[in-house]
Design a protein around this ligand. Structure first.
Ligand SMILES: Cc1cc2nc3c(=O)[nH]c(=O)nc-3n(C[C@H](O)[C@H](O)[C@H](O)COP(=O)(O)O)c2cc1C
Ligand SMILES: CC(C)CC(=O)C(=O)O
Length: 369
């Protein structure tokens, strides 16, 4: 499909199998403990599993005889013009997936006109990532125990051109992943601290502790970061309507409905189930993004029809990166976009504005208490 996300439905790039192939290839190429780190979910992985299957509990109610000779995906997210509503989620330590790490991902985002969210825990200094690609990007913030360290990083992200901050709210402590217990991956300092190295005294014994997520932060961190950066702040990890409203009231410019790809609290509600409640509570005040288990155009379509402004994808980007570097990430993004245009056409939707809640209906296995 054209990089601007507009035009006829391109069935030649509909290679969704690429996503599964990338994961298989990543599993074969990566050391087992690295693959497990990327793939794992928390606890018994119930939420990891349901993150994907919950999207399948919606059914589509297509419209007929609509002009779908072309399908347009471009959209605008907090002022950033992007070619599609498929956004690259922040994922840590991409240097463990591929030697080019986040640089390759940034180039792929630029090549496809996609928005990139860059993790605090990138394996590459954020300035190098920003210089690698020309796509608009957001900076994901882990508020660290050392607040000054957090501010220095945010200042650098602002100088390097970040358009918004994404404050992750669901990780006061890192979720326990049984799959990696025993072979718990030891992230080397040159991956863990690379973004922070220049601010840490050489030999500082407590460097890792200073850089850990601060479990005491509250909603006040939203205005603290907004004032310090002058950027809009989205909160990621929201799964309830009342929490979304509390974040907006505290100054957030948007929310990301997410359970961290099933990596934090096992048995947390799937994003697909939380999304309508959050969209209704936010009532158009701000963009609502969603992530977790998005693996097809239909998953994207359901999310957008339920009211999401955009979807984020995490592991499909990591697997694409591991399997083929920049080209692998481009392939994954193109496959999702091409599949989305195809299912939009079959639903009778020629643009994102045509996607509304009347197009989906929920099957009944999830019901409120
Ligand atoms: C390997 C890995 C690392 C991640 N690192 C971060 C991170 O640094 N910051 C963050 O906010 N979320 C992080 N996430 C969560 C993603 O941003 C996103 O919420 C999740 O991957 C979406 O689910 P999906 O992988 O099923 O698409 C990470 C996810 C994975 C798989
Ligand atoms: C260092 C971790 C907190 C990065 C992360 O968010 C994850 O692995 O899910």
């Amino acid at each position: 499909m054209p990089t601007d996300g507009r035009g006829p439905v391109d069935r030649t790039s509909m290679t969704l199998t690429a996503l599964a192939e990338h994961e298989d290839k990543a599993a074969a190429l990566l050391p087992a403990e690295v693959y497990d780190y990327f793939a794992a979910g928390a606890g018994a992985e119930t939420t990891l599993h349901e993150s994907r299957t919950a999207w399948e509990h919606y059914r589509v109610r297509p419209r007929v005889l609509r002009d779908v000779g072309r399908v347009d995906l471009p959209t605008s997210l907090l002022g950033a013009e992007v070619s599609s509503p498929v956004v690259l989620a922040p994922t840590a330590f991409q240097g463990l997936a591929h030697a080019e790490g986040e640089r390759a991902t940034a180039r792929a985002a630029a090549a496809t006109g996609s928005l990139l969210a860059l993790s605090t825990r990138s394996s590459t200094p954020l300035e190098e990532v920003a210089a690698a690609g020309s796509a608009p990007w957001w900076f994901q913030v882990y508020a660290m125990r050392d607040r000054d360290l957090t501010l220095r990083l945010v200042e650098r992200a602002v100088s390097a051109g970040a358009r918004a901050l994404v404050l992750t709210g669901d990780t006061p402590y890192v979720g326990i992943k049984r799959r990696v217990t025993g072979t718990r991956i030891a992230i080397p300092d040159d991956h863990f601290l690379v973004n922070l190295q220049q601010h840490l005294d050489p030999g500082r014994a407590d460097a890792r502790r200073a850089a850990e997520q601060d479990p005491t932060i509250t909603l006040e961190a939203i205005s603290w970061l907004a004032e310090a950066s002058g950027l809009p702040v989205l909160v990621k990890g929201v799964l309830r309507g009342d929490e979304a409203v509390a974040c907006l009231d505290a100054g957030a410019a948007g929310v990301v409905v997410s359970n961290h790809g099933g990596r934090q609290l096992d048995r947390a509600v799937p994003s697909a189930i939380a999304l309508p409640e959050v969209v209704d509570a936010v009532a158009g005040r701000a963009p609502v993004l969603v992530d977790g288990g998005i693996r097809s155009g239909l998953d994207c379509l359901v999310a957008l029809a339920l009211g999401a402004s955009a979807v984020m994808v995490g592991r499909p980007v990591v697997w694409g990166l591991a399997a083929g570097g920049e080209a692998g990430v481009v392939e994954a993004l193109e496959a999702l976009r091409a599949d989305l245009t195809h299912v939009m056409a079959l639903t009778g939707a020629a643009s994102l504005a045509d996607l509304d809640r009347s197009l989906v209906t929920a099957t009944s296995i999830w019901s409120p208490l």
